[in-house]
Design a binder for this molecule. Structure first.
Ligand code: PLP
Length: 421
């Protein structure tokens, strides 16, 4: 087998990967954005925003959609609308983007980190059950990189304890789940609310943006008010203290352009993802995240697998990543545990209810989540979703690169790597 690219050999993959955002989407978005700009209505429940909210809610199977400025503000809005406030505990997975937890802080609530299911990398419902206290008010499962959390178990748990379920579906545009009644519902339409991000790297994007989905009309009205500075949406409704978390018509136009091709992209990524699951599962020490049989369609924000250094003669993940990048495959580690992120700096003066996360506080508690730590810090490998947008031959290059590294793993333990870009 050919010399490793990290030592100057020929990379398995030399051709470029599909570009993201796609140039075709950019061209269509330019057309629609021009229409928005010449319409005279640039923001404020404009026709494009309304059309997008209706169509996206329908895609995921929810009754209502309220557009907001980001995935972060979607979470903040949903938490506010759910009435989360001072000292209320909200269970979140230990590994996710910081916004899942910081949105809880922003309500003066307390994020409580719970352990991951080692196979799906998503919140473990059993661990969530163990994290419930009399102060728990909500659970935020995160469909991380598109792999879905066990929503049946989480909804059962929430129903037994009267907790709100707010899905963080920032990675799951188009994911579908078969509910216990046999109905197929989209991610973000399985709990009280679902929060999506349309930030630049997402599989449906406006550069920035977000949406909250729900089936509850009153909840949707509260979200609308909160993201609209607190104005009452309808006659007779109360106004509240809110913020400006609105979306503009140009952003809505960009999202409508993305929606036109989303179904096709979802089908391509899902087929390629399943192919890669089969191929990579044959390689020792490579464990693709489990696709639950109730997942009808998996949307990918990233393709994730656990890399087990023990099956690779101890080659650490950092070295594996260096070597696979040299072979022309884009890859990274994913998120560190939230409570180990550089910017997880919780000050007790600012967030008194969450003083347990301020290292200078006498109440400080170090979260103890060994599965989260192992996956996030040692094992998770994440490939960007654009690498699943090509042909079967394109994804076969990923499998071939991993196989090549596995067969020559001894060299990765012994020789220093040549510098790579
Ligand atoms: C899991 C998760 N939740 C929430 C967010 C927040 O979304 P945004 O960046 O649009 O604020 C992100 C962003 O990447 C995310 O990955």
């Amino acid at each position: 087998m050919a010399k490793l690219a990290i030592y100057g050999g020929e990379p398995v993959r030399q051709a470029p990967w599909p570009a993201w955002p796609r140039p075709e989407t950019a061209a269509r978005a330019t057309e629609l954005a021009a229409r928005a700009l010449t319409s005279g209505k640039w923001a404020g429940d404009g026709p494009m925003e309304q059309e997008f909210a209706t169509r996206f809610a329908a895609l995921q199977g929810a009754q209502h959609g309220v557009c907001v400025s980001s995935g972060t503000t979607a979470l903040q809005t949903a938490l506010e609308a759910a009435g989360i406030g001072f000292g209320d505990e909200v269970i979140v997975p230990g590994m996710t983007w910081i916004a899942t937890a910081s949105a809880v802080l922003s309500t003066n609530g307390v994020p409580v980190f719970a352990e991951l299911d080692p196979q799906t990398f998503c919140l473990d419902p059993g661990a969530a059950a163990g994290a419930i206290t009399p102060r728990t008010k909500a659970i935020i499962p995160v469909h991380v990189f598109g792999t879905m959390a066990d929503m049946d178990a989480i909804n059962d748990l929430a129903a037994r304890h009267h907790l709100a379920v707010i899905e963080d579906a920032a990675h799951a545009h188009g994911s579908q789940w078969r509910a216990p009644d046999g109905a197929v519902r989209g991610a973000g339409a399985l709990g009280l609310a679902g929060c999506f991000s349309f930030q630049a790297s997402k599989s449906l994007s406006a550069g920035e943006g977000g949406i909250v989905l729900t089936d509850d009309g009153d909840f949707a009205d509260r979200c609308w008010s909160y993201r609209n500075v607190g104005r009452a949406r309808r006659e007779g409704q109360p106004s509240v203290l809110g913020f400006n978390y609105r979306l503009s018509e140009v952003q809505a136009a960009t999202l409508l352009a993305g929606l036109e091709t989303l179904e096709g992209e979802l089908a391509t990524r899902d087929a390629n993802g399943q192919y890669l699951n089969r191929r990579l599962a044959q390689i020792p020490g490579i464990h693709p995240a489990r696709r639950d049989p109730r997942v009808v369609r998996q949307a990918y924000y990233g393709y994730i697998f656990a890399y087990d250094p023990l099956a690779w003669d101890g080659v650490p993940r950092s070295r594996f990543l260096q070597a696979i990048k040299a072979e022309g495959v884009q890859a990274g580690g994913g998120f560190p545990p939230v409570y180990r992120m550089d910017y997880w700096r919780v000050r007790k003066e600012r967030f008194p209810a969450a003083a347990r996360y301020d290292p200078t506080s006498p109440d400080y508690q170090e979260p103890n989540l060994p599965v989260t730590e192992r996956l996030a810090l040692e094992q998770q490998v994440t490939l960007p979703h654009s690498q699943l947008l090509g042909t079967r031959e394109d994804v076969e290059d990923i499998a071939r690169a991993v196989e090549k590294l596995y067969h020559r793993r001894a060299e990765l333990t012994q020789q220093p790597a040549v510098a790579i870009a």
